[in-house]
Structure formats: C-alpha cells, structure tokens
Design a binder for this molecule. Structure first.
Ligand code: ZN
Length: 128
C-alpha cells in the first residue's frame, strides 16, 4: 500500500512550475538617454533607489535618465572633528569658564585635609 502512494514522475521529467499565479516583484522601468542618441530602458525594483546615470547598452557611454535629471554630485561633508562638535555647543568663553571650574575642583582635591563628601555612601545605603 505504501508503495502505491509513492507514484511520482521520472527524474528529469517536465517541470510543473510555471509563471501562472506567480507574482513578480513590483518593478519600474527607467529610460536612459545616451549622449550619442541611444535610448534604452533598465528595469529596477519598485523599491530601488534609482540611479541618475547608466552605462549605455550600445556604446558604453554614460547615459542619463530621460527625465533630464543630471547626476547630482554627491555632497561631501567635511568630516567633523571633536573640536568642531564642541564648538557647536560651546563658545570659547564657555570653555574658559568650564576650565576654570575644573581647575578649581582639581585644586580643591589637592588641598590637604578636606572633608570628603558623604553623599555617595548615603545614597548607596538607600538603594537596593
Ligand atoms: Zn550610446
């Protein structure tokens, strides 16, 4: 009985796969114009970020989209240094103030026989 259930097809038999009921991924066609007058379309996924130029399929020259959008040169941001970022938040006057504050703290720590601040110990006991 079990053998009968194993009716199948020969290896290499025709595939039963077909395009019916197969949903192709959504796509869009983009038309490119080559400077030498060639025009061709390239299919892209609907979600793809569309390029503004494409190598011509006929002559290999750089073709641009027929919408006339010229390739926009990528804006290259100069890398921001830590100093640049700091200067966005602070002015030199601010920094002088912070520096003076920190120096005062450091000098205070170095000063002999200063009472330690008790707040850390008190806070730790309360938690948990
Ligand atoms: Zn061409």
């Amino acid at each position: 009985m079990a053998e009968r259930a194993l009716r199948g097809t020969r290896l290499g038999a025709t595939s039963y796969e077909n395009d019916r009921n197969t949903d192709l991924a959504p796509r869009q066609e983009v038309t490119f114009d080559c400077p030498k007058g060639h025009r061709f379309t390239v299919p892209f996924s609907a979600e793809a970020e569309l390029p503004t130029n494409w190598e011509c399929r006929i002559c290999g020259a750089l073709a641009v989209t027929s919408t006339g959008d010229m390739p926009t040169p990528k804006k290259i941001k100069p890398p921001r240094s830590h100093w640049d970022m700091l200067m966005e938040r602070r002015t030199v006057a601010d920094l002088e103030e912070v520096l003076a504050e920190r120096l005062a703290v450091i000098r205070g720590q170095r000063a002999p026989q200063q009472a330690p601040e008790p707040r850390h110990a008190a806070r730790q006991r309360k938690s948990a």
